[in-house]
Each structure stands twice: as C-alpha cells, then as structure tokens.
Write a protein that binds this ligand. Structure first.
Ligand SMILES: NC(=O)c1ccc[n+]([C@@H]2O[C@H](COP(=O)([O-])OP(=O)(O)OC[C@H]3O[C@@H](n4cnc5c(N)ncnc54)[C@H](OP(=O)(O)O)[C@@H]3O)[C@@H](O)[C@H]2O)c1
Length: 231
C-alpha cells in the first residue's frame, strides 16, 4: 500500500452519492475502500468489501477484514442510507426498524468497529438530511410527513446526536466529526428523488469542498450552500 496516499472509507458505493464520492476520491488520488451490500463490484476503483448495516455479522466480518487490510483511515464517510418510501413487504414497525437500524444502530456499530483505524486528525462524515433539523421541520408541509418519512427523519435526527457525541469522544485524537446534508439529489433514494434539482456530481462537489476545509467538530452542514445548519 502506498503510504503517501490518503485513505477514504465510504459505505454504500454501489450507486448514488456514494458512487459519485468514490469516483471523485479516486480522481483526487485517495486510496479508496468502499462497501456494497450485494455482490462486490469494485469497477476497478479500489478495494470493495461487502457490508450490510442491518447485519451484526456482516459488520463484524467487514471490520476484521478492514483491520487486516488498512493501516489507517483518514476519512470515513458514513454514506449508506435508505429512503422514505414505504416498503410494503414490511409492517410499519419493521419499516421504522429498517431506518433506525441503517442510520443509527448499524452506522454506530460500524463506526465503533473501525474507529481504532481512523488516523489522528482524520474526519468522519455522517450523511444526514436537512429534514432532520428541528429548525427546518416547520418548513415541511404536514401532509408530506408520511409514517416512513417520519421514520427517515427521526432516524437522521438521532444520527445527528450521535455526531455530537462522537465528536466529544474523539476530540482528544483531533478527529473532526460532521453531519452533512448533501442537498436534494437525483438518486434512487426515494421515488420523489427523480425530481430533485441536484445532479450527483454537483452534490459531490459540495461535499468534497466541505471535507477539504477545516470545520468545527460536532456541527451540521448543508453541502449545497456550504452553510452551517442549526440542529
Ligand atoms: N439523495 C438525496 O437527496 C439525499 C438527501 C439527504 C440525505 N441523503 C443521504 O445521502 C446518503 C446517500 O443517498 P443516495 O441518495 O445516494 O441513495 P441511494 O442512491 O439509494 O444509495 C444508497 C446507498 O446506501 C446503500 N445501503 C442502503 N442500505 C444499506 C444497508 N443496510 N447496508 C449497507 N448499505 C446500504 C445502498 O446499497 P444498495 O445498492 O445495496 O441498495 C446504496 O449504495 C443516504 O444516507 C441518504 O439518506 C440523500
């Protein structure tokens, strides 16, 4: 492994923003480690491991592989996420569980497992959503707040609290932890995302710009406006 290169670990690079970020960091000369849920397909970008955040076994397996593979990680992007479309194969409770397991418990377990690998002065980006801000929710029309939208929003609000807590826990190592809203981006996250104004490339531009600057740890940012968000 080329020790001169910075290493980035990104979850959920099979498509969407994660795929865009993976390509961009390779272009920027980073050593890429990515995760996908289904079959590993690295498209020659870097090392790709299989990870399902819903499975404790999967998290344990990938963590031990990562500890073997990587000598240090400079940047962890917790990107993998699930949208707010109702999954009709599941009960409402299971729909809630799906979002909280993915955005909070799975993300927490994965982050804790790889934390020893994060280098001093490294960065951790938790992909959140502006919708999860207490300050922004009044702007959302009440009829748009479907049960699974509520599950999505509240799971990301919980993630934001984890950002704050983690920032305190890793402050002594100089690690910067941020929650980042990528913008409303045309991906397969939810059915309505096909109408989103931002292309993946534009969202990636904003996220990378934020990452490349120094920000106060334990804060929430909008990658589109490059402005700090209120919790
Ligand atoms: N797009 C937006 O407008 C928007 C706005 C605010 C926040 N975000 C956040 O940005 C992140 C990326 O979203 P996106 O729009 O790029 O969505 P996307 O195109 O649906 O991609 C989501 C990625 O997460 C992976 N994933 C889902 N569940 C997973 C699990 N249990 N374990 C591991 N990986 C899993 C998916 O893998 P598979 O291919 O296997 O499904 C895929 O690689 C998400 O956290 C989302 O909440 C997006």
């Amino acid at each position: 492994m080329n020790k001169q290169k910075k290493t980035v670990l990104i979850s959920g690079i099979s498509k969407g923003i994660g795929a865009g970020l993976a390509q961009r960091f390779v272009d920027l000369g980073y050593e890429l480690i990515g995760t996908v849920r289904k079959e590993e397909h690295s498209y020659g970008l870097g090392k790709v491991f299989k990870l399902d955040l819903l499975s404790a076994e999967s998290i344990a397996e990938v963590s031990s592989k990562l500890i073997e593979h990587a000598s240090g990680i400079d940047l962890l992007i917790n990107n993998a996420g699930i949208g707010s479309d109702y999954n009709s194969d599941l009960s409402l409770e299971e729909n809630f569980e799906l979002r909280f397991k993915t955005h909070l418990f799975g993300l927490y377990s994965f982050t804790e497992a790889v934390l020893p690998l994060i280098n001093k002065y490294g960065k951790i980006i938790n992909m959140s959503s502006k919708l999860s801000s207490f300050a922004e929710i009044d702007k959302v029309e009440t009829e748009k707040l479907t049960p699974t939208k509520i599950a999505y929003i509240t799971s990301k609000t919980s993630l934001n609290m984890y950002t704050k807590i983690l920032a305190k826990q890793v402050a002594h190592r100089g690690i910067e932890v941020l929650s980042v809203h990528p913008g409303w981006v045309r991906t397969e996250l939810s059915k309505t995302n096909k109408n989103a104004p931002l292309a993946i490339e534009d969202a990636v531009d904003g996220i990378v710009k934020l990452i490349q600057q120094s920000n106060p740890s334990g804060t929430f940012w909008d990658a589109t406006s490059q402005k700090q968000l209120n919790w």
